[in-house]
Design a protein around this ligand. Structure first.
Ligand code: SF4
Length: 238
């Protein structure tokens, strides 16, 4: 069984420090996933994974910043009729919450709110989370780092027809662009679901195995951090 998530936008209206998707570093012009590409990819995903896909999560950044977010929910349900689907929001776009609730209800999709904000609308320092730092030089042992990592089991990523064990290689371009670094993503870091031999068994094996990009992770130096706002300082992530 596999859990996958897709970002329909990469930017966010909140500026959380240590954001695992580097959303505070995303620069304009923002990119918005195209509905037609999303639909085509999900049709292929369903063909290849079928009932091995136990949970599919629609994510951001903050997904309600996509003007077509309701259509993404509808299309996800249409293409993945048997899969449990969630729609994850920080809950701050309060003028949209009724709409989110209704479209999720109509399509049997579970809205999931981030309780850093839902209760207060403000930062919540009583909330803490673990963050795994980056090694900018990529000197870590990928096998050891992967063994210490829970991402592949909890949140493998699916973006533009490719499956990754986690979102880091997908989002790292924002980090590289912002800080002028060069953490590299190679063809060995993802599984292309359009390849002729694509099959569920290989995908399950792939997401549970180290990828070259794991050499940039310092999972042995996991830190517990209180929620705060980002100052876009490289130290937040390294
Ligand atoms: S790159 Fe590897 S070790 Fe790092 S978060 Fe992703 S799966 Fe885990």
């Amino acid at each position: 069984m596999i859990i996958l998530e897709t970002s329909i936008v990469e930017h966010c209206n909140i500026n959380c420090a240590h954001c695992a998707r580097f959303a505070p570093l995303v620069k304009e012009p923002y990119s918005f996933l195209r509905l037609a590409d999303f639909e085509q990819d999900l049709i292929q995903l369903n063909k290849v994974l079928g009932d091995k896909l136990s949970l599919y999560r629609i994510m951001g950044g903050e997904p309600t910043l996509h003007g077509d977010f309701e259509d993404f929910i509808y299309i996800a349900r249409k293409c993945l009729p048997k899969t449990k689907i969630t729609f994850e929001t920080n809950g701050t776009m309060t003028h949209l919450l009724d709409k989110v609730w209704q479209v999720c209800k109509d399509n049997n999709v579970a809205p999931v709110g981030n309780d850093y904000y839902l209760s207060t609308g403000l930062k919540n320092e009583s909330k803490q989370f673990f963050y795994n730092k980056l090694d900018l030089d990529g000197n870590q042992d990928p096998i050891k780092q992967n063994r210490l990592c829970d991402n592949p089991l909890l949140r493998s990523s699916f973006q533009n027809g490719k499956i990754y064990p986690c979102s880091r290689p997908i989002c790292i371009s924002h980090f590289n662009n912002y800080f002028g670094t060069d953490l590299k993503v190679t063809e060995q870091d993802y599984y292309d679901i359009y390849q002729a031999s694509a099959n569920a068994e290989d995908i399950l094996r792939f997401v549970r195995s180290p990828i070259p990009f794991c050499r940039y992770c310092k999972n042995h130096e996991q830190v517990l951090v209180p929620h705060s706002f980002s100052k876009c300082n490289i130290k937040e992530w390294t």
